[in-house]
Design a binder for this molecule. Structure first.
Ligand code: FAD
Length: 396
């Protein structure tokens, strides 16, 4: 039986990015993807940030820049104009397949239509992956299966998530769309405990969707989607070309995502920011960091938890404060009623376009936010300082 250096379950952005980096470091690597096509069916809206994607090497023809964001509550609205676009919406299939191409070019192997069923565990250590009809041996296994965390769960490393963002979305051809304008909308009529969005991604194509946090709200996003899309004037005469649904963990990253012979990355480990349910660039980042940790461990020929745990530490040190804070805020705002949202938008309006983007990016633990609160009486009066302090102590 062939024994791979690394077998990765899941050919999403996390798994493909890990595969590329591992292969580039000279490791033999196999990616198993349950679907018959990389990047399909689409389960994401593709909103992201230009600087971060550029830094990750995503070519600019695969994203569509955004120059205006309109943030609506039932009775209020904040608008942000960007001279230099900071946000973008990606061509999801294009980006995911680009990551696959890069992984293949680096030497990785991909097997489609192959679901990883469980980890092969021997004497407490993961030694490979079981599919429906075979066992595949690996020195290290990486779970990149998304919200299911299929392999981490089967290895007993993670219990699975309990809080999820549940999304339903149309990808529309919209002849009268505002091509450079993103709309974010909150309120009980639009998306109880979540938000709705309009994301144009070029060529008059627009993703319009509704995301609702379960179990914070029992509502189903699909029940709100048609009404929301019909309420947007620029979507008149639009018709759906695709219908997407998906889940994303709405929790902070797992306490442990490294075990003996196994790592978890991306949504499987809760690496996304739960503030907006934004995880693509985080997944790419996690994939690359995990690959470096795994390649170092392979070189040492030590695939124990102790040898793989530096990934947990590196992730926590680099992103822990921001992601924990983003999650604490997500839990709080999921409880806000329409009146509270209308009030809080007055606060949002005080942000400059650049500051608003920092919030969307979950860059929350830096000094800029504290300075903003300290210098704005309305922010201080609204108890934002208290909220932030408390947020740090909210349990995961
Ligand atoms: C409705 C919705 C909207 C979103 N909008 C945005 C957004 O605007 N911007 C943003 O950045 N993020 C967004 N996200 C989140 C983003 O999609 C994820 O955070 C990101 O895709 C995570 O990447 P991943 O590689 O960890 O997992 P995934 O992208 O989920 O990839 C996992 C892959 O593993 C495969 N797989 C699953 N189980 C198995 C198995 N047993 N064996 C083999 N393969 C398996 C799946 O088919 C899939 O290809 C959204 C999510 C949802 C649900």
């Amino acid at each position: 039986m062939t024994r791979w250096d690394a077998v990765i379950a899941g050919g999403g952005p996390a798994g493909l990015s890990a595969a590329e980096r591992l292969a580039a470091r000279g490791c033999s690597v196999l990616v198993l993807e349950r679907n018959h096509e990389i990047g399909s069916p689409i389960r994401t809206s593709g909103g992201s940030f230009i600087d971060e994607l550029d830094a990750l090497g995503i070519p600019s023809h695969l994203y569509h820049p955004i120059s205006r964001v309109v943030f609506r509550s039932p009775g209020n609205e904040a608008r942000f104009e960007f001279d230099k676009p900071a946000l973008c919406v990606i061509d999801v299939r294009g980006v995911f397949q680009f990551l696959a191409e890069r992984a293949i070019a680096a030497g990785a192997s991909l097997r489609l239509s192959t679901a990883a069923q469980s980890a092969i565990v021997e004497q407490g250590a993961v030694r490979g992956i079981r599919t429906r009809d075979r066992e595949i041996a690996a020195r290290v296994v990486i779970d990149a299966t998304g919200y299911r965390s299929a392999i981490l769960k089967s290895a007993g490393l993670a219990p699975g998530f309990r809080r999820f963002g549940v999304g339903a979305e149309y990808d529309l051809y919209a002849p009268y769309c505002e091509p450079d304008e993103v709309i974010l909308a909150v309120g009980s009529d639009v998306a109880p405990s979540g938000y709705a969005w309009v994301f144009p991604w070029g060529r008059n194509r627009v993703r319009a969707g509704v995301g609702i946090i379960h179990p914070d709200s029992p509502s189903r996003p699909q029940d709100f989607l048609d009404r929301f899309a019909a309420s947007i004037p620029s979507l008149r005469k639009a018709q759906p070309v695709e219908h997407h649904t998906g889940l994303i963990p709405a929790e902070t990253f797992a306490a442990a995502f490294a075990g003996d012979g196994i790592l978890g990355i991306g949504d499987a480990a809760g690496h996304a920011s739960s503030l907006l349910g934004e995880g693509i660039r985080w997944a790419i980042q996690a994939g690359r960091m995990a690959a470096d940790t795994a390649a170092d461990a392979l070189e040492r020929n030590d695939l124990s938890r102790a040898s793989l745990a530096p990934l947990e530490m590196a992730w926590r040190n680099k992103f822990g404060a921001d992601l924990h804070l983003a999650h604490a805020i997500s839990r709080r705002i999921a409880q806000w009623d329409d009146r509270k949202w209308d009030q809080r938008l007055e606060l949002v309006k005080l942000l400059s376009p650049g500051q608003f983007v920092e919030v969307l990016k979950s860059n929350l633990s830096g000094g800029w936010l504290w300075r903003f609160i300290a210098s704005n009486p309305l922010a201080a009066a609204a108890g934002a300082r208290v909220l932030l302090r408390k947020s740090f102590s909210i349990p995961q």
